[in-house]
Design a protein around this ligand. Structure first.
Ligand SMILES: *[C@@H]1O[C@H](CO)[C@@H](O)[C@H](O)[C@H]1NC(C)=O
Ligand SMILES: *[C@@H]1O[C@H](CO)[C@@H](O)[C@H](O)[C@H]1NC(C)=O
Ligand SMILES: *[C@@H]1O[C@H](CO)[C@@H](O)[C@H](O)[C@H]1NC(C)=O
Ligand SMILES: *[C@@H]1O[C@H](CO)[C@@H](O)[C@H](O)[C@H]1NC(C)=O
Length: 343
């Protein structure tokens, strides 16, 4: 399981560009500003989601099963206040983990309680101190156990089940109709499913499995699953995964590495279904990066990705936020920008 024992801090990133009238030797200054915000102390701070069309963000803390509602300044979007709420029946065993805003039910969010083996659909409440209201509760059916991250893809809610079940000793990926959770599927996975994303062209679902270092492909029409193992020569521990459209079309995933460090490698699967790997080039910071999470960083200037390197699995990898751009046909990394984490 991937977590850090640390002072609970969250980091905000702002990009500023100041425009000046250009003389031949003058250049506009571009700046990055990282700000840390102190959160309630917890061993495991996990996931974030913005509640659409509100000035609230939600953050999960797994070790004490607390949902932190963070109010953002309407103009600057800077965090200004928080209120925390215990989710689940027991703060030490319920293990709140995933948070994902629903599109089918606008304004509501999905949460996962790994310890209680439940998915919840909640109304986070209109004000900072309003307690979340549970609208729907889905018990993960046997033999599934321990939903980790939760996703809504089309009319299905998905969760990777992180805990080997007592009945079969196996790991599963769970999906259910958001309107009728008795209409569900359980796909046998490897150890153990983390992120789930849909490849936009083919509609195939891809799942990262961290410990066994493999990507699972699911055809939801036929129910067929395939395992695509990460070649050890490239790296290992597939964790973060996103779905992207436009020039980056496909799913993108990260490799977090192992106890000897990361390999600065991330991957792409497009409509062809083939894994393609991309490598950071900067010595030490890039080539050893243990890439845990990934996000789209595209702007009007072109396609780009954010990558988060972690020292979680090895101190040979740095804690850093990395922004990469690509060559024209998206076959290799062009520019790499490195931002060291403050703490
Ligand atoms: C929560 O679970 C722990 C560990 O199983 C147990 O010791 C404790 O009594 C439980 N607390 C409540 C309020 O049920
Ligand atoms: C919900 O799904 C189950 C299982 O597929 C099915 O038997 C049942 O008829 C469905 N209920 C409704 C209201 O559609
Ligand atoms: C998924 O399975 C269905 C049914 O077997 C098949 O028709 C379809 O081509 C498959 N999709 C992909 C993208 O392979
Ligand atoms: C760590 O990963 C690298 C790259 O895949 C591999 O060469 C090495 O054998 C692995 N080390 C351990 C201890 O598993």
């Amino acid at each position: 399981m991937l977590f850090h024992a640390f002072k609970s801090l969250i980091i905000g990133l702002a990009l500023g560009t100041s425009t000046v009238l250009a003389q031949t030797s003058s250049h506009a200054l571009v700046s990055r500003r990282l700000t840390e915000y102190l959160m309630p102390v917890a061993v495991q701070t996990h996931e974030f989601a913005r509640v659409p069309n509100t000035n609230f963000m939600l953050m999960t803390q797994m070790s004490d099963s607390e949902l932190i509602k963070i109010e953002l300044d309407v103009k600057t979007e800077e965090p200004i206040a928080y209120h925390s709420f215990r989710m689940g029946k027991n703060s030490t065993t319920s293990m709140l983990h995933g948070v994902w805003p629903s599109t089918v039910y606008p304004g509501l969010v999905w949460l996962s309680l790994q310890g209680d083996s439940k998915l919840l659909l909640v109304d986070p409440g209109k004000t900072l101190s309003a307690a979340p209201i549970i609208k729907k509760s889905i018990n993960i059916p046997s033999p599934g156990n321990g939903p980790h991250c939760v996703f809504e893809i089309g009319n299905q809610v998905w969760a990777g089940l992180k805990v080997a079940t007592e009945q079969t000793g196996k790991y599963y990926v769970f999906s259910a109709d958001v309107h009728n959770s008795t209409n569900y599927h359980m796909y046998t996975a490897l150890n153990s499913p983390v992120f789930i994303a849909k490849e936009p062209t083919t509609g195939l679902i891809y799942v990262t499995q961290d410990t066994d270092s493999s990507i699972m492909r699911i055809n939801t029409t036929s129910g067929d699953t395939t395992q695509m193992h990460i070649p050890p020569s490239v790296g290992n521990t597939a964790v973060g995964m996103i779905s992207a459209t436009g020039p980056l079309s496909g799913v993108w995933f990260t490799l977090a590495g192992n106890s000897t460090g990361g390999t600065g490698t991330f991957g792409h699967i497009g409509a062809s279904g083939k894994m393609e790997f991309f490598k950071l080039k900067k010595p030490q910071l890039g080539t050893n990066a243990g890439l845990l999470h990934i996000a789209d960083a595209s702007t009007s200037a072109g396609p780009a990705l954010w990558l988060l390197s972690t020292s979680l699995l090895s101190t040979n990898s740095e804690d850093a936020l990395i922004r990469v751009t690509f060559n024209d046909d998206i076959t290799s990394v062009d520019e790499e920008e490195y931002i060291a984490m403050l703490t």
